[in-house]
Write a protein that binds this ligand. Sequence first.
Ligand code: KIV
Length: 274
Amino acid sequence: MSVAKRDLGERKVTTHRLMEMKQRGEKISMLTAYDYSMARIIDEAGMDVILVGDSASNVMAGNTTTLPITLDQMIYHGKSVMKAVKRALVGVDLPFGSYQGNSREAISSAIRVMKETHADFIKLEGGSEVRESIERILCAGIPVMGHLGLTPQSINKFGTYTVRAKEESEARKLIADAHLLEEIGCFALVMEKIPATLTTRIASELTIPLIGIGAGRGADGQVLVMHDMLGITEGFSPRFLRRYANLKEIITGAVQSYIEDVKRQDFPNEKEQY
Ligand code: KIV
């Protein structure tokens, strides 16, 4: 569907609308954002869902994994994004260590995120292992998006960022977890880096939307990390990543021109001073 034909009015995207989009076969667009200025651009461009991902740990804070980011830091990013967004549905990732310990900790983390950021939903990683935490959060009326397949918060267990669920037993567990998360009430799932055939199968079995990243064309929507698709990050070129711009080159060019103009006393000129 062309951007012109889509409903880009002020009407806020809701979890219910995502379900309707799945039902009518309209693909869901989702992108990460972590700050006010970028969130405003992304929202005005017509994105359906904006995720304040814990990938902020990598792309904003320069960590090599998502593990170090804290709940306070996620809330800071969430608040900044929420100040900008008018239309998109906005979710905030619960960071590593804020929900796996027990369901009491999980509900208090989720409530802090919702109260302090005013986000629309939270996302967390894992299946049956975190069932109790998800159920508790859902009981408080907080919409939950699940995240299965490659779950970066478990990188130390996996050891690598390679494709998940290629083996029969892992694929079976993934399918069971996807059904479980739908049954207990998650409104959508992210599936990261799994075989395309598995995505197509699970998406057709579930009624809730399945948003893929490196999960193929069969998903009900796609999500990417903003810095990756805009060409700001370097040294990260997985097969699934399409770069829509090379902002690093554009920014470098602009910054170098500015340096040059200052050095040769071209900036500021007569008109650019008071
Ligand atoms: O943190 C993140 O950016 C994510 C997306 C990759 C889905 O979880």
